[in-house]
Design a protein around this ligand. Structure first.
Ligand code: FAE
Length: 547
């Protein structure tokens, strides 16, 4: 990287001292982002997988938020459920004694069937940081479409395995725009509280926040936001805060304080495995088949549905193809997984009566990332908790809600980093491509411009007030905006359009959608609490009326 890189980054030039401090960190960064570790995990499932020819009352495709809510409530109502999950069980430690790999040392466990990492922050101080890993059914899928890379969790627990654990209920005044056909009173009185309880949502002890070294970055973010007149809000999470306090005290193995996030969290985060899925297992009514991928659902001759499932090995190769009949099928494969299945099944004649709303209404929750370069006196800290706990709320005025996010590199980066959720009106459509036999997504990279404009309502103002500039070295050379990706895919089988107002697919009795594909593209905040609450609402109605 050259001095010019930073000089070109904005109206104010970077001080020479800051540049030197930055370059002296390169060695540290290169060591951190060095070669893949030798720990090559061999996590295997201990669950007994589904057998071909089995008949099940209910089959659930996917084990993320929507699928876990459906399976738990059905099991509690006395129904036997089988869950099918294309990813691994993530219940067995690798040779390094840990189930999940560290963010700074990706290995084969980190990526879904890739031979090179595809890190959301692709560069550091101008240097590319992606590296070779061996192909494996790892935990994070960076699924590439024409105009966007969609990050998703793979394994039992879905996105809960890889996400930041920010558990945010949207402001009530925004709900009408998020899910217009849903009764807000019911959601805020019954289903949001039920989801928050089921997920174990809690907030940081504000007194501890003020002193914790690992939240220096968030306090800097707050100070700068407030100096520009923006409200800074604490964000609830699903992290065990008592555990994090012990991490900071050095009395337990570190997890959030060791930078664990994107490739799984070994200790303190309450992923679905510790909440809904633990409850599911306790019912004794649910079986889970990891490393099984649903490829087809079609009406069966004697009633119900024939579900075709590929069993795969950790190289992603099919080792068996199974056929199971189910009276009812819940699509909970996530916004992308469910949309791809439904679009394929409609186009190829397996489910031709699905309506024309299938595949439509997809959005990226307005995700856009950026970093700001701080002055030397505003250090953000060498140890940064990987769980964000605060945000800058400019939704009402600028259509932007910015998480003050960590850059857990283990070194002082002199950077503030943000994932901003914005009011982006663009919506894309999934469609079947007969030439490639794949599903395409019509999203264009240029459709992120409204998100960049919204994010700038916050960060241009902060930069002006602080006399600081944007970082240009995190997403490529001279690139300010992380506008090529999303963590929050939503839509593709929108509630009350592709389905009725409770997720029953139009055209077929006994087929349901119960995941993020029901939500039309934006939730104004991080989405998993809304996905969980909507699933709680819908499954209650379905159990009462259909079973
Ligand atoms: P999801 O959790 O994706 O589960 C779908 C499951 O279905 C997955 O386990 C798939 O492997 C599986 N599957 C897909 N296709 C098939 C098939 N054909 N056969 C069998 N199985 C299949 O769906 N949200 C927040 O609210 N707060 C955060 O802090 C946050 N941070 C995030 C950070 C990252 C890096 C990422 C990737 C996401 C983050 N999210 C966050 C988003 C959140 O995890 C996501 O909205 C939910 O996980 C979506 O829940 P679903 O139930 O729709």
């Amino acid at each position: 990287m050259s001095d010019t890189t930073m000089h070109d980054a904005g109206s104010k030039s970077v001080s020479r001292r800051r540049f030197i401090a930055g370059t002296s960190s390169v060695l540290g960064a290169m060591a951190l982002f060095g070669h893949a570790t030798s720990a090559q995990a061999k996590a295997v499932s201990t669950a007994a997988p589904v057998s071909s020819g089995t008949h099940v009352p209910v089959l659930v495709i996917g084990t993320g938020y929507g699928g876990s809510v459906a399976a738990l409530r059905l099991a509690q109502a006395g129904v036997d459920v089988h869950m099918i999950e294309m990813g691994m069980a993530w219940d067995t430690p690798g040779p390094d004694g840990k189930i999940f790999a560290n963010t700074t040392q990706p290995d084969n466990r980190s990526y879904w069937l890739r031979t090179k990492t595809k890190q959301p922050l692709s560069n550091f101080l101008g240097f590319p940081i992606d590296k070779a890993v061996s192909r494996y059914t790892g935990i994070l899928d960076a699924e590439e479409f024409g105009g966007i890379t969609v990050y998703q969790g793979r394994g039992v627990g879905g996105g809960s395995l890889v996400n930041g654990g920010m558990a945010v209920t949207p402001k009530r005044e925004n709900f009408g725009a998020i899910l217009p056909s849903v009764n807000a009173d019911e959601m805020y009185n019954i289903y949001y509280p039920r989801a928050n309880a089921g997920l174990g949502v809690n907030t940081i002890d504000p007194a501890w926040f003020e002193t914790a070294e690992c939240y220096q970055y968030a306090r800097v973010g707050r100070k700068q936001a407030q100096r520009s007149g923006f409200p800074f809000v604490f964000v609830p999470t699903v992290y065990d805060w008592d555990y994090m306090k012990q991490e900071a005290a050095g009395t337990v193995p570190r997890s959030a304080l060791d930078g664990e996030i994107l490739y799984g969290n070994n200790y303190g985060k309450k992923s679905l495995a510790k909440t809904y899925i633990a409850q599911i297992k306790a019912t004794g009514k649910v079986t889970i088949s990891p490393l099984h991928k649903v490829t087809s659902v079609a009406p069966a001759a004697g009633g119900g549905y024939t579900v075709v499932i590929d069993q795969i090995d950790t190289n992603g190769d099919t080792t068996a193809t199974k056929s199971v009949t189910a009276d009812k099928v819940f699509f909970a494969a996530g916004s992308v997984g469910t949309s791809k299945l439904l679009v394929t099944l409609k186009a190829t004649g397996a489910l031709p009566r699905l309506n024309d709303e299938i595949g439509k209404g997809w959005g990226d929750n307005g995700n856009v990332m950026c970093g700001r370069a701080n002055h030397l006196w505003d250090q953000t800290g060498r140890v940064q908790a990987s769980i964000p706990t605060g945000g800058i709320d400019n939704w009402a005025n600028g259509g932007a809600f910015a998480e003050v996010a960590p850059l857990p590199t283990g070194i002082e980066t002199y950077a503030s980093f943000y994932l901003t959720i914005t009011k982006n009106p663009n919506r894309a459509e999934f469609s079947w491509n007969a030439a490639t036999s794949k599903v395409d997504l019509s999203w264009q990279t240029s459709w992120k411009q409204p998100s960049i404009d919204a994010a700038k309502t916050i960060f241009d103002k902060i930069n002006k007030a602080e006399g600081t500039i944007y970082r240009t070295d995190l997403f490529g050379t001279y690139k300010i905006w992380g506008d090529h990706l999303t963590y929050h895919p939503l839509g593709g089988a929108v509630l009350n359009k592709a389905t009725d107002n409770y997720g029953r697919l139009h055209g077929y009795s006994g087929l349901y959608v119960i995941d993020g594909s029901l939500i039309p593209g934006n939730t104004s905040v991080n989405p998993f609490v809304t996905i969980t609450a909507l699933a709680e609402r819908n499954i209650e109605e379905i159990i009462a009326a259909d079973l």
